[in-house]
Write a protein that binds this ligand. Structure first.
Ligand SMILES: *[C@@H]1O[C@H](CO)[C@@H](O)[C@H](O)[C@H]1NC(C)=O
Length: 155
C-alpha cells in the first residue's frame, strides 16, 4: 500500500496533520513505516497525537523508527526505556508511563491495517519481538498501546 493511499483513508484534517508530522528522509530502498500510539483506553486522535509515517532504510528496526519519530516529535513520541540483553523495553511514551500496579504496560502490535478504536487489535496482533529485534521488511504498521492485554492473568 502506498503512503498516499493511507493518507486518504483518514479524514482530511487528520491527513494534513500527518503530512505535517511525517518524517520524510529521502533514502533509496526505504521502507515506509506507520507508527501509532494509543493511551489506555484513549486512542491517539483524542490525545492530539496522530500516527506518524517514517521512512527508514531496509534492514533497520522498529527501534530506529521510534528514535526517528521521537526526534521529529519529542512531545508525542519521546520515550523512556530500560535496556536489556535483547534491547530496549519501553516504559513510557509521550510522558505517559506504564502502570504495573494496574497491570498496564506499553505493548507493541504489528498490524495489517491502520488501527481503529472501534475494532482494536487483539493478542494475536502482538509483535513477536522487542522494538530492537523487529526488522522492518515491508510497509509495516505498528501500534504502541498502553494496555493490560499482554499481561492479563489467565481467567
Ligand atoms: C521519562 O521519565 C520521566 C520520569 O518518570 C518523565 O517525567 C518523562 O515524562 C518521561 N518521558 C517521556 C518522553 O515519556
Amino acid at each position: 500500500m502506498s503512503i498516499s493511499k493511507r493518507f486518504f483513508k483518514v479524514n482530511e484534517m487528520k491527513s494534513a496533520i500527518i503530512l505535517l508530522l511525517s518524517c520524510h528522509i529521502s533514502i533509496a530502498l526505504a521502507e515506509n513505516v506507520a507508527y501509532h500510539v494509543w493511551n489506555n483506553p484513549i486512542p491517539e486522535k483524542a490525545v492530539g497525537n496522530p500516527g506518524q509515517t517514517c521512512s527508514v532504510p531496509k534492514g533497520k528496526t522498529f527501534g530506529d523508527v521510534m528514535d526517528l519519530a521521537a526526534l521529529k516529535n519529542p512531545q508525542g513520541y519521546g520515550f523512556n526505556f530500560t535496556r536489556f540483553d535483547f534491547g530496549r523495553m519501553i516504559t513510557s511514551i509521550g510522558g505517559v508511563s506504564q502502570d504495573p500496579g494496574n497491570g498496564l504496560y506499553w505493548m507493541l502490535f504489528q498490524l495489517d491495517d491502520e488501527p481503529k478504536p472501534e475494532n482494536p487489535p487483539t493478542r494475536k496482533n502482538l509483535a513477536s519481538y522487542g522494538v530492537d529485534g523487529m526488522i522492518i521488511e515491508r510497509d509495516d504498521i505498528f501500534l504502541f498501546w498502553l494496555t493490560n492485554m499482554g499481561h492479563a492473568s489467565p481467567k
